[in-house]
Design a protein around this ligand. Structure first.
Ligand code: 5CA
Length: 436
C-alpha cells in the first residue's frame, strides 16, 4: 500500500478529550474517529487491526471446536421478557420501537437470542454438546463511556454460548473456552491473567475475567507473581482431552480483582503478591439453567426423560483489545504493534522522494515485499524526512525500511525495529529475508 493512496488522517496535537495513552494514540494515528459519545468510526488503519484481532480470536475459537455464525444486532423484546431480563437490564439497554410499535432493542449480549435459536432447532440429547459463537457489534448505553474504544457504547464482541447435557460436559466447554482465551491473548503478545469474578447481570455461579495488567486499567487487581512467568503457547493442547489440569495450573495461583480480594485473608506472602491495575479483555460464565429453564431449552434424553440444557457464555472484547494492546505496548513516540496484529508489518520510508536513487531502491523494496506477500505501507509522500520518521513511529509498524540518499547510492537500506529502535544497514534482500 502506498501512503499517498491510503487514508491515515493523523493529528499533530493530542486531543484534549483523551485521557489515556491508547485513546490519545488511536486518535493521533488516525485509527478511529468519534461520531457520538462512545461511538466510533473505524478508519482504515484501525479497521485493519480490528480485523487482525478478530481473525486470531476466530482461529482460536475454531480450534477449540466452537462454530461460527452471525446473529443480528437488533433483537425483539419478547425473548428478553421470557428470560426475565427485559426490565432488569435497565437504562443500559437501547430500546427501539419499529413502525408497528413493536418493541425491539439493540443487543447488549445474546444469551436470549441464541437460546431461542438452539431450543427451536434441537430436540434430542444427541444434538446437544455444541458451542456456537459470533463476532458482532453490541450496544450498551454505558453511564460513562470513556477511554475511547476501551469503554464504548457501541463495541465489537466475540460471544460464544455452550449447550450441554450435564454439569461435567458444561464444565468441559467452560474449560475449552478458558484455555482458548489464554492462547488468544498470548498470540496478541498479551499476558492475560484469569481471575475469579463476580457474575453481574449475566448471572451464574462460576466465572473468570481475563485481565491485562496496565496502569490505566479500570480495576485494581492482586496476583501471585508466578502467574507472570507462565506461557500457555508452549503447552500442547488437545481440546478433546481433559483440560482440568491446565485450568487448575492457572487457577491454583492466587489472582483476584479488588471485589474478591481480602487483604486480611490473602493466602500468599506479601513479597509474592503483585498489586496492579487491570483491563478486562474477556469474561466467561457458567450459569447452568438460568436461561434454558425459563426459555424452555429442553431436549429429550436417552430414556425419553427431558433434560434442561446446561449453558455458559464466553465474551471477548474485540474492539477493547485494540486499546488494551496499545496500553501494554507503546512509548513516548507512539504505538508499538506486535507483529501478529500490526496493520502492516513493515513501513518503507523514502526520505527523499524524487531522488533517483531513493525512488529506485524504494520501488525495489516495494516489489520484493509484494512478491514475498509481506504487508507494507510505503510512505511515498513528498514530506520532510523528520515528519516521515515521526509518523511511522507514531503508527507503530513493527519494522521500518528506511531509504536515504547516502545509502541508496550503494543499494543499501536501514532496517529498524520499532520496539528496540535499533537500526542496521543492509542490502534490500537481507531485510526481506528478516521479514520472511
Ligand atoms: N454475554 C457475556 C459473555 S458472552 C457478556 O456479555 N460478558 S461481558 O459483559 O463481560 O462482556 C464481554 C467482554 O466485552 C468484556 O470482558 C469486555 O472485554 C467487553 N466489553 C464489555 N463492555 C464493553 C464496553 N462498554 N466497551 C468495550 N468493550 C466492552
Amino acid at each position: 500500500m502506498r501512503l499517498t493512496q491510503y487514508f491515515i488522517p493523523t493529528l499533530k496535537e493530542t486531543p484534549s478529550e483523551a485521557q489515556i495513552a491508547s485513546h490519545q494514540l488511536m486518535l493521533r494515528a488516525g485509527m478511529i474517529k468519534q461520531s457520538a459519545a462512545g461511538i466510533y468510526s473505524w478508519l482504515p488503519l484501525g479497521f485493519r487491526v480490528l480485523k487482525k484481532i478478530e481473525q486470531i480470536v476466530r482461529e482460536e475459537q475454531d480450534t477449540a471446536g466452537a462454530v461460527e455464525m452471525l446473529m443480528p444486532t437488533i433483537q425483539s423484546a419478547d425473548i428478553w421478557r421470557e428470560s426475565g431480563r427485559y426490565d432488569a437490564y435497565g437504562k443500559e439497554m437501547l430500546r427501539i420501537k419499529d413502525r408497528h410499535d413493536r418493541e425491539m432493542l439493540f443487543g447488549p449480549t445474546n444469551e436470549e437470542l441464541i437460546t431461542e435459536i438452539f431450543r427451536d432447532a434441537v430436540k434430542s440429547y444427541k444434538d446437544a454438546g455444541k458451542i456456537l459463537y459470533h463476532i458482532q457489534w453490541k450496544f450498551r448505553d454505558e453511564v460513562r463511556p470513556r477511554f475511547g474504544v476501551m469503554r464504548g457504547r457501541e463495541f465489537l464482541m466475540k460471544d460464544s454460548y455452550s449447550f450441554d447435557l450435564d454439569y461435567k460436559s458444561a464444565r468441559h466447554s467452560y474449560n475449552k473456552m478458558f484455555v482458548s482465551y489464554l492462547r488468544t491473548y498470548a498470540r496478541m503478545g498479551l499476558k492475560a491473567i484469569p481471575m475469579r469474578a463476580a457474575t453481574g447481570p449475566i448471572g451464574g455461579d462460576l466465572s473468570h475475567e481475563f485481565i491485562i495488567l496496565a496502569e490505566t486499567g479500570e480495576s485494581e487487581v492482586f496476583l501471585d507473581k508466578a502467574l507472570l512467568e507462565k506461557d500457555v503457547l508452549t503447552e500442547g493442547i488437545n481440546y478433546n482431552s481433559d483440560l482440568d489440569k491446565i485450568v487448575e495450573r492457572w487457577t491454583s495461583l492466587y489472582a483476584a480483582t479488588d471485589e474478591k480480594h481480602d487483604p486480611a485473608n490473602c493466602p500468599i506472602p506479601a513479597d509474592q503478591l503483585v498489586k496492579s491495575r487491570g483491563i478486562e479483555v474477556g469474561h466467561i460464565f457458567y450459569f447452568g439453567t438460568k436461561y434454558s429453564l425459563p426459555m424452555k431449552a429442553v431436549v429429550d434424553g436417552p430414556n425419553g426423560k427431558p433434560i434442561v440444557l446446561e449453558m455458559g457464555s464466553y465474551g471477548i472484547g474485540v474492539s477493547r483489545l485494540l486499546g488494551a494492546i496499545i496500553e501494554a505496548s507503546h512509548d513516548k513516540d507512539g504505538i508499538i504493534w506486535p507483529d501478529s496484529v500490526a496493520p502492516f508489518r513493515v513501513g518503507i520510508l523514502n526520505l527523499k522522494q524524487g531522488d533517483a536513487d531513493c525512488d529506485r531502491v524504494a520501488a525495489d523494496v516495494e516489489s520484493k515485499l509484494r512478491a514475498a506477500k509481506i504487508e507494507y505501507l510505503y510512505d511515498d509522500r513528498d514530506e520532510r524526512a523528520g515528519a516521515k520518521l515521526a509518523d511511522m513511529d507514531l503508527i507503530g509498524l513493527p519494522w521500518q525500511i528506511i531509504v536515504g540518499p547516502r545509502n541508496a547510492k550503494t543499494g543499501l537500506i536501514e532496517f529498524k525495529s520499532r520496539k528496540t529502535g535499533q537500526r542496521e544497514e543492509m542490502p534490500v534482500e537481507k531485510a526481506i529475508d528478516r521479514l520472511g
